[in-house]
Write a protein that binds this ligand. Sequence first.
Ligand code: NAD
Length: 337
Amino acid sequence: MSKLNCQIFDSMGDTELKKYLHSKLKSCKIRVISNELSLKTIDSKAEVLGVFVDSEVDKKVLDKMPKLKLIATMSTGYDHIDLEECKKRNITVCNVPNYGENTVAEHTMALILSLSRKIYPSIKRVKEGHYDFVGLRGFDLKGKAIGIVGTGSIGIHLITMLKCFETKVIAYDVKPNKATAKKYGFTYVSFDKLLSRSDIISFHVPLFPSTHHMINKKNIKKIKKGAYLINTARGGLIEAEALAKGLKSGQIAGAGLDVLEEEELLQNPKKILYTEKKDRDGLLKTNQMNKFIVDHPNTIITPHNAFNSTEALKRIIDITAENIIAYSKGRVQNIVN
Ligand code: NAD
């Protein structure tokens, strides 16, 4: 039996990770590119494509890969892949569910505590040679209402942690699970009630057309004045312009974000030039809003890094390798399309 021809784009560029991938996929012919996907580096003969979330797999990419049978994304989310186009071409797409529920929840908790105790400006103050606490007063989490949007794997892990801080947790999910709510001690409410009652709102839903701009220019006014927003799910859930306006007016006291709408433009603004002309003005505006959000004194932003722990990466590689090997044996698993 001939070996499956796999091309993997590993934007981590990590030598250890590369070695580990090779050791796990000995039964395949694999080529690892230590970068995100680009049209120039695509292998048109590859049957399997492995990518992280920063590699967009669109029609142009698929056109260059006529032999492609399987896309194994090394992530839970798959909004960077054109699933419709894959379906038309009979390409199977699989993901890595549940590799990082504790990992992402821990990062979310770190963002919440950093905001509540002003950790970033406190550290900065001391590193800059000052040793006073003027203007660095934080607030207790104990007794605060925390609104969790999405009670899947990550949301529930976060709720478990938040309960230890004696917070009151309320939640919204399109599929509420009463037994889970009872078990973990929280209450489901409508989305509007969650917005108006929470002192801190944290997002843990996938990016779908139904969740795109869940927070927007219209409903941001429904949020309790002075609340904090946390987003470690996907940038597109919160409209950048709405958040920028909310921060400016003081409606939103601050934000802890691991993701931003169109975040890739912060790293590579030239991408705007390669997008269709009709979409450019919108992207330019979003990019400007992102810069305002990043520079705002009450925000802390991390570079889509919530998944990035040694243990989580090992789990990602293990499950991705299992997905590819299962496919090579005619058994498909973790399919999303
Ligand atoms: P999950 O599938 O276990 O849970 C998602 C929850 O969202 C489910 O309970 C589902 O019912 C709910 N949901 C779906 N559509 C909804 C809607 N329209 N309104 C309200 N609720 C809705 O997913 P998870 O493992 O908890 O991950 C959540 C998201 O976190 C992922 O989709 C991914 O985008 C993101 N993520 C980010 C990172 C990172 O590094 N920042 C890492 C992993 C995952």
